[in-house]
Design a protein around this ligand. Structure first.
Ligand code: HEC
Length: 187
């Protein structure tokens, strides 16, 4: 950049003299560019109203979500409305069910379903009924007063179906450290 000579202004304030220093080139360009940008911005958002301001953008997104079948909570509600109380017996589903069980349930129901804080899953005794529908409903709604949460907000419908099918598959197996029977006997 060419060195610009400092130029002395021809004012004299009681002996105090003043230089007229030009502003640095990059600063002047920045100023010009931001000024041009502000005009484009004002035209785009406020005069032509092509761009959406935050509030309008929010309204548009809500409308788009409603058009695509509801908000996330509503879409989940639709999934749960279609939940099928059908036991799955294929290996792929049972293996996924086992993974879900190991991750979420063993802390209370034991690694092999023999029970602990929660009841034994391998015996003929049931607190909340036998079969896929009873099992899935217990998992969906939980037993909050006894310490088992509702899994509805944590697991998806197909995951509940898979883990419940896996729980049913534990029935009749021999647990290493089985908990004493709880509930009523259903053969
Ligand atoms: C924090 C501990 C805890 C966790 C974690 C837990 N449960 Fe339970 N579960 C319990 C308790 C306690 C009961 C017994 C409720 C009662 O006394 O009515 C129970 C009961 C059940 C029953 C009913 C059994 C019967 O005899 O009718 C099923 C089925 C069940 N749990 C499945 C699951 C599954 C599947 C998971 C994992 C997704 C899970 N539980 C996670 C504590 C837990």
């Amino acid at each position: 950049m060419a060195k610009v000579e400092d130029r002395l202004l021809d004012h004299n304030y009681d002996g105090i003299l003043e230089y007229d220093n030009p502003l640095p080139g990059w600063w002047v360009w920045l100023f010009i560019l931001t000024t041009i940008f502000s005009f484009i911005y004002m035209f785009y958002f406020h005069l032509a109203e092509v761009g959406e301001l935050q509030a309008q953008e929010y309204i548009s997104e809500i409308k788009a979500a409603e058009a695509s079948g509801g908000t996330l909570a509503q879409r989940n509600e639709k999934l749960w409305a279609k939940v099928q109380y059908v036991v799955l017996e294929d290996d792929a589903a049972l293996n996924q069910g086992k993974e879900i069980f190991v991750k979420n349930c063993v802390s209370c129901h034991g690694p092999d379903g023999g029970g602990g804080i929660g009841p034994n899953m391998t015996d003929d005794f049931y607190l909340h009924g036998k079969g896929i529908e009873a099992t899935m409903k217990t998992v969906i709604n939980g037993v909050p007063e006894k310490g088992m949460v509702s899994w509805k907000a944590i697991l998806k419908p197909d995951e509940v179906q898979k883990v419940s099918s896996y729980v049913l598959s534990l029935h009749g197996k021999t647990a290493t450290n089985p908990k004493a029977p709880q509930g009523v006997e259903i053969k």
